[in-house]
Design a protein. Structure first.
Length: 336
């Protein structure tokens, strides 16, 4: 349980080798961006830009690129841009969650305090938008800007609905689509645009990323409830600490066990930290997790259906295998 996404792929699977040189180019591109800033900022940014982890969004860009004609320099730039937006969102998330560890390293807020960390996240967001202007298309630049806006709006929406029992499942899904899935969608759809696919295929690729992003966020939400920090390499259980309502928590609030529902509602209403481990011996806890996992599995299945639109190549196979690996991780979150 609680295996970081993609770690098995890198150590046991062959298909990320398809884009290993290009992923290295993306990584080098991101690290080189620290030299673009003023001296007062550059040292901080060098540390932040070296904190890359799974490189999931760039990998999606590159694999879709390979499946739609081949990797171009613009794909490298897009992968780097999306990774920088992701890094910026993580810097902000860690401030909000008061997290002190990510990928087994100290977070920006742990190193330099909340105020400076927030400003560094802002600088990363703005620099990503500067990179977006270099694609030569006003419409594509606008779409990338909307992606960044959605990420930020998702952060605001999530933070404004903490401990809010009036929040609906529909609102939860809208938040995670903006905060998480929008970057996955930009990776897959944007890669298709750069490759010059038809408008119909491009929009399907945007939908592919949306499905993958929603599934990944549900996995992350389940992991936060049952994962181990040493295995995950980051601070966990922040959803309970900060009053975030996630899909497994919605399920637990409607589990049918009146004692569990009342205990959970009272804790949320009183803004108390919820110890979900106290419920783990109750069958309703496992059922709440299972229902959330099933939703994510269905998203992955729908994503695999979209892949049939792409030519049969090893890159398409790699994308399909990624969804199956996500299925494995989701199932690892189950309580037996």
């Amino acid at each position: 349980m609680s295996i970081p996404f993609f770690s098995k792929l890198r150590s046991q699977k062959h298909y990320l080798q398809l884009v290993k040189p290009e992923l290295k180019q993306v990584s080098e591109f991101v690290e080189a961006q620290s030299s673009c800033f003023d001296p007062e900022v550059a040292d901080y940014m060098e540390t932040v830009c070296q904190s890359k982890g799974k490189m999931l969004r760039p990998a999606l860009v590159l694999l879709v690129a390979g499946a739609t004609g081949g990797v171009k320099p613009a794909h490298i730039r897009l992968g780097a841009l999306l990774e920088m937006v992701h890094l910026a969102s993580l810097v902000h998330d860690d401030v909000i969650d008061e997290a002190d560890k990510r990928r087994d390293e100290a977070t920006a807020n742990a190193l330099w305090g909340n105020s400076l960390a927030v400003l560094l996240g802002d600088v990363l967001f703005s620099h990503a938008m500067v990179l977006g202007t270099e694609f030569g298309s006003t419409e594509f630049c606008r779409r990338l800007a909307n992606t960044v806006r959605n990420v930020c709006q998702g952060e605001v929406a999530q933070s404004s609905r903490l401990y809010d029992l009036s929040m609906t499942r529909e609102e939860y899904f809208e938040i995670i689509r903006k905060k998480t899935a929008s970057l996955f969608s930009a990776a897959t759809g944007g890669a298709g645009w750069i490759s010059g696919v038809t408008p119909e295929v491009e929009e399907s690729l945007y939908q592919l990323g949306d499905l993958l992003g929603v599934a990944y966020q549900i996995y992350d939400d389940c992991l936060d409830m049952v994962g181990d920090e040493d295995d995950a390499g980051k601070t966990l259980h922040t959803d309970a600490t900060k009053g975030k309502l996630t899909l497994p928590i919605f399920n637990l609030l409607e589990c049918g066990d009146r004692n569990v529902e009342a205990t959970l509602r009272d804790a949320i209403e009183n803004r108390e930290v919820v110890d979900y481990s106290a419920f783990q011996d109750n069958p309703v806890f496992a059922e709440a997790l299972d229902k959330a996992i099933q939703v994510a599995l269905e998203k992955n299945e729908a994503a695999r259906e979209i892949l049939w639109l792409l030519p049969q190549t090893e890159y398409r196979e790699a994308l399909a295998e990624m969804t199956f690996y996500m299925d494995e991780l989701l199932n690892d979150c189950r309580i037996s």
